[in-house]
Write a protein that binds this ligand. Structure first.
Ligand code: HEC
Ligand code: HEC
Length: 343
């Protein structure tokens, strides 16, 4: 993570850090549970599941949102919603069926967010606020490899665009038209909210009228293409997008649901461009972001697969690569992208 470019990027975003409010020291005081002992979730918190989850070393996750009574989310930017002051979102991480960490974001209003993480003890009777710098090796995920809880500074490195962002509670992520091929797709359970129920409960306003008849989805010519772009939107697009600090690199992995926004063809075409980053052990000038038919010369595949800390993508938040997604995206590049060219 110490490459010069990465440091420059990190410095740029750290300048935005707002002062953090005092989070309670104990998760039980944050409002997630109505009965902590029985782990009963307060019914005011709405359960949800984004269709394209973030890969976090294979953790399974649960998520809940609290909106203050009488408030609604402002969707006038259809891609990056604005949340009322006092909104809280929790994300719980479990490994091997045991709760390990619970992350919390609170909206401070005016587009500012505050971040915290709570670490569970071994018998799950207590979850304590983690220091700003995070906590290493909270659980062994593979022999000799531990999962780390990121520091607050790392939360901000990912939850960023032209402003601080909620990433997985969005129109595309909550669309009722769910992608059955999304890697690690979670099946929504009964009682979860999605875009349609939010509209029905009047918890969202100023959204495009088109959503009433057409649920947002990635327009793609193949089912694998839809899932590949969705995966990269969620796992990479928060940094690689036209409004963030990496704009000039030209690697656009965020998919916009704004009416009239660039479709799959535009994104895929821009991915077929030479990469500044040379894939190791390849001839000079033969590396592309994505080279149709050729995952071996595709920088996206190489950077997803390596866990060399200077090269891995995402640059933080994981200790092990997402092998399923890597296989899926390699096959898409090898088969779908080349077949499309032949058509
Ligand atoms: C590697 C990038 C990355 C890092 C580091 C990261 N997050 Fe996230 N986070 C995401 C993405 C992407 C989502 C949406 C997808 C999902 O929920 O699986 C998300 C979702 C969340 C959510 C649910 C609300 C939302 O924005 O969708 C919370 C709460 C959250 N993160 C808190 C944190 C906190 C607190 C930290 C630091 C301790 C942190 N995150 C670090 C990428 C990251
Ligand atoms: C937390 C922000 C962040 C996330 C998330 C992220 N990247 Fe990156 N990425 C960077 C930064 C910063 C650079 C430039 C420095 C470098 O090359 O290491 C970069 C560079 C790259 C490059 C080289 C670009 C070039 O100019 O040749 C590729 C390819 C890449 N990322 C792919 C990905 C993929 C694929 C994902 C998702 C699996 C991803 N990134 C997720 C921050 C991020």
């Amino acid at each position: 993570m110490a490459s010069a470019l990465w440091l420059a990027f990190a410095l740029l975003i750290s300048g935005r850090a707002a002062s953090t409010p005092a989070f309670p020291d104990d998760l039980r005081s944050t409002g997630l549970y109505s009965d902590f002992g029985h782990k009963t979730i307060d019914p005011r918190n709405l359960h949800y599941s984004p269709q394209y989850p973030l890969w976090s070393d294979g953790a399974s996750k649960q998520r809940w949102i609290y909106l203050p009574p009488g408030t609604a989310i402002d969707a006038s930017d259809p891609d990056i919603w604005s949340f009322p002051e006092g909104t809280k979102i929790w994300k719980e991480f479990s490994f091997g069926g045991r709760r390990v960490e619970t992350r919390l974001i609170e909206s401070l209003g005016g587009g500012r967010l505050a971040f915290a993480a709570y670490a569970w003890n071994a018998d799950e009777t207590e979850a304590r606020l983690v220091l700003q710098r995070g906590l290493k090796n909270v659980v062994e995920i593979r022999p000799g490899v531990g999962h780390d809880i990121p520091g607050v500074w790392d939360c901000r490195a990912c939850h960023v665009g032209d402003k601080e962002e909620i990433l997985g509670f969005s129109a595309l992520q909550l669309s009722p038209d769910r992608d059955p091929k999304a890697p690690h797709a979670e099946h929504p359970s009964a009682g979860m909210v999605n875009l349609a129920t939010l509209v029905g409960k009047k918890l969202i306003r100023s959204y495009p009228v088109a959503w009433a008849s057409h649920a947002p989805r990635i327009a793609a010519s193949t089912t694998a293409g839809r899932a590949a772009l969705g995966y990269m939107h969620a796992n990479c697009g928060n940094c690689h997008n036209p409004s963030g600090p990496l704009e000039s690199r030209g690697l656009i992995l965020r998919y916009s649901v704004k009416p009239g926004a660039a479709d799959e063809t535009v994104i895929v075409t821009s991915l077929q461009r030479p990469s500044r980053f040379p894939v190791p052990d390849t001839a000079p000038g033969t590396s592309f972001f994505i080279r149709p038919g050729d995952p071996g010369h595709s920088a996206v595949v190489y950077r997803m697969g390596t866990r060399n800390p200077l090269r891995q993508m995402p640059p933080l938040g994981t200790e092990i690569a997402d092998e399923d997604a890597l296989k899926f995206i390699s096959q898409w590049i090898e088969k779908d992208l080349i077949n499309k060219e032949k058509k």
